[in-house]
Ligand binder design. Structure first.
Ligand code: EPU
Length: 306
């Protein structure tokens, strides 16, 4: 029997790993290989083996903005979880892709560097946050990013200045060009720590008051249509509490779907998404666009054959 492509990297490789263990929605089927490098040096090798084996590759940050479908997936998923180093020089901070975003916000505060506190309470990894230009009412990742190291699978890492990353509302070119973020550099301002702490705590309190922060979810499901709030539209369409299996439209914020059942599936969540989108279209004539990323093998096949 031929050994699998990562047989000598057993310490950080798992086979048939359920993605439900790695997503904040706590749903998602198994992936062929799940590789979690502990050091940067291992990454080129993992990419190289994956490309040589013809495996479709997906990079996982903290899994906080994705819905992975239930069927078994043929992918190599590379988790950046342990690739989260952090450096600062002057008023610049460089963060590894796997760093937990709240840790970046905390480090900037501890160093008395302002500009990232609007990102308080946003879960996820730095890499994922750059890729989707994560943000909230008070700011977005792109506001302070000066550039990122990116790499195509199996290719050579290169620096890209922020203006070339095509940032827009919840958008960058990163996921659409097959690039992966390795690290991100932010330009900040010297700011009193007390002020930064106060801002962070006030933003967190606001979020706790209006969002189901402790529930299993992937944050807001839909993007806000221009000039409108998806949450308000879903709420006014009377959809709070609508349920399919263990997936339920949050009573606290209607743009969140929470997983509150023991056997919830991604199919439950997808069905609920369809119900919500169809109802909002019928009531308001507005087509909602997904904010979360759906990872699906079936979708890939249909795209490949389209
Ligand atoms: N609203 C309702 N019912 C609801 C939810 C909201 O009537 O169930 C109303 C609110 O009362 C408010 C308006 O809709 O008047 C806007 O709501 P909110 O202030 O909660 O902001 P949002 O536009 O729904 C956005 C981001 C959030 C971010 C918050 C706060 C999007 C899709 N959502 O929500 O981001 O946390 O602002 O900064 O852009 C995420 O990306 O996952 C996310 C949660």
């Amino acid at each position: 029997m031929t050994p699998h492509p990562f047989h000598d990297l057993a310490a950080f490789t798992r086979e048939n790993e359920p993605m439900a263990h790695h997503t904040s929605f706590r749903v998602g089927g198994p992936v062929r290989y799940f590789v979690e490098p502990r050091e940067w040096d291992a990454l080129p090798l993992v990419f190289e083996r994956g490309v040589a084996a013809g495996l479709p590759i997906r990079i996982l940050g903290r899994g906080s903005n994705i819905l992975v479908t239930d069927e078994p997936h043929p992918w190599l998923v590379i988790s950046t979880q342990h690739l989260g180093d952090l450096r600062h020089r002057g008023t610049c901070i460089e963060a590894g892709a796997g760093l937990y975003l709240p840790r970046l916000v905390a480090a900037a505060e501890a160093w008395g560097l302002g500009g990232l506190e609007p990102l308080a309470g946003i879960p996820g990894s730095v890499g994922g946050a750059v890729a989707m230009n994560a943000g909230g009412r008070y700011g977005r990742v792109s506001d302070r990013l000066i550039g990122a190291m990116v790499v195509p699978p199996g290719g050579t890492p290169r620096w890209m200045d922020a203006p070339n990353l095509g940032f827009d509302y919840r958008h960058s070119i990163v996921p659409h060009t097959g690039l992966f973020v390795l690290s991100a550099t932010f330009q900040l301002d010297k700011t009193p720590r007390g002020y930064l702490q106060e801002r962070r705590l006030s933003i967190l309190a606001e979020k706790h008051a209006s969002q189901p922060m402790d529930a299993a979810s992937a944050g807001c499901v839909f993007k806000n249509p221009p000039g409108q709030s998806a949450g308000r539209l879903i709420d006014q369409a009377g959809l709070k509490g609508t349920r399919v299996g263990g997936a339920c439209v949050s009573h606290k914020h209607a743009n969140f779907i929470v997983n509150d059942g023991p056997n919830t599936t991604a199919t439950d969540v997808l069905q609920l998404i369809q119900i919500v989108a169809a109802r909002v279209r019928a009531v308001f004539g507005v087509s909602l666009e997904l904010e979360i990323d759906v990872w699906s093998t079936d979708q890939e096949r249909s795209t490949a054959h389209a």
